[in-house]
Design a protein around this ligand. Structure first.
Ligand code: AMP
Ligand code: FE
Ligand code: FE
Ligand code: ZN
Length: 295
């Protein structure tokens, strides 16, 4: 499904992009390229948020120091809440914390097993293999492997023209080849991020293209009671009605309101800086977090 979205929801230079992927998950650019692009755009700063890993943090920090661009360190964690698949952004936590290290280790192991099973199903009907899929992971075993890499292998094999076409076809969540990613619960993620001294934010909570059933108000209230930090309201997946609902919940529950592009380089149409977070909100995330701001 394609939806018309204005190229920039907010003034491009006036804030932080808190949702960006690199080659350490399913983005196509390196952390250094992310930092350089954000600096050129005049953003106040960015967060690196690869899926289920901190592997890109060091590269991003090095470049952020070099060009003098402030950087938040984060991760987009795959979780589930009942039948709803949920992405949670976690910022400024201690990456050495044992609980969160173990959570990532388990998730990444489960992801690889799931990917292998899904690729085996696809390989029955398409000219791809586990080798051709992992060849798409730009940082080898450090890259969090997922459906985007299967999509890229299908494109490389000439089955589809683009990654998005593959997502509309064989690797969509409704295809017969699809297998869900086994994930920790949202409650486990909120508790673990809090234990590790970080701030958790529900990513694109109103994105109906991702989930036919969204998190209910009740589910969000329960997570807030457990220590959830915020809601990513400014994201192209949340329509106007959802934005209003989420702003209301944030107000009621005292949650932070964040924004981000969900930039994946050439892997998605989302433009760096198309949605932003204001300076005061970022300052509060840094104040609550366990590690210093870089850059
Ligand atoms: P997985 O976690 O392996 O099921 O893969 C889901 C990932 O695929 C998400 O993190 C998205 O970034 C990516 N994705 C989902 N839909 C699309 C799409 N239409 N085009 C490109 N990437 C997508
Ligand atoms: Fe992604
Ligand atoms: Fe996401
Ligand atoms: Zn994302």
């Amino acid at each position: 499904m394609t939806r018309h979205v204005p190229p920039h929801d907010r003034n491009c230079a006036n804030g932080w992009d808190l949702h960006c992927h690199t080659v350490y998950s399913d983005g196509t650019k390196t952390p250094a390229e992310l930092i350089t692009l954000a600096h050129d755009l005049g953003l106040h700063g960015v967060a690196i948020t690869d899926h289920d890993t901190t592997a890109g943090w060091a590269d991003a920090a090095r470049q952020a120091e070099a060009v003098g661009l402030p950087l938040l360190r984060g991760t987009e964690i795959t979780a589930e809440d009942g039948a709803v698949s949920v992405h949670m952004l976690a910022y400024q936590y201690d990456p050495k914390n044992e609980a969160i290290t173990e959570l990532f280790r388990a998730t990444r192991l489960a992801r690889v097993e799931r990917a292998k099973r899904m690729v085996a199903r696809l390989a029955e009907d398409f000219p791809i293999s586990w080798e051709s899929v992992t060849a798409q992971a730009k940082q080898g075993k450090k890259t969090t492997v997922g459906r985007p890499h299967m999509a890229d292998a299908l494109v490389a094999a000439g089955v589809y023209a683009t990654r998005s076409d593959a997502f509309a076809g064989a690797i969509s969540g409704t295809s017969k080849y699809y297998i869900p990613t086994p994930s920790p619960s949202t409650h486990e993620v909120v508790r673990t991020v809090r234990e590790a001294g970080g701030v958790s934010v529900i990513a694109h909570p109103g994105d109906r293209a991702r989930n036919r059933v969204l998190l209910s108000d009740r589910q969000i209230r329960d997570l807030a009671a457990e220590g959830l930090g915020g809601l990513e309201v400014w994201h192209r997946g949340n329509d106007e009605e959802q934005r209003r609902r989420l702003l209301g919940l944030a107000d009621e529950l005292g949650l932070l309101v964040t924004g981000g592009s969900d930039w994946h380089g050439a892997g998605k149409p989302n433009l760096l800086g198309e949605n932003l977070t204001d300076d005061a909100t970022v300052a509060e995330i840094v104040r609550r977090g366990a590690i210093p701001l870089v850059g």
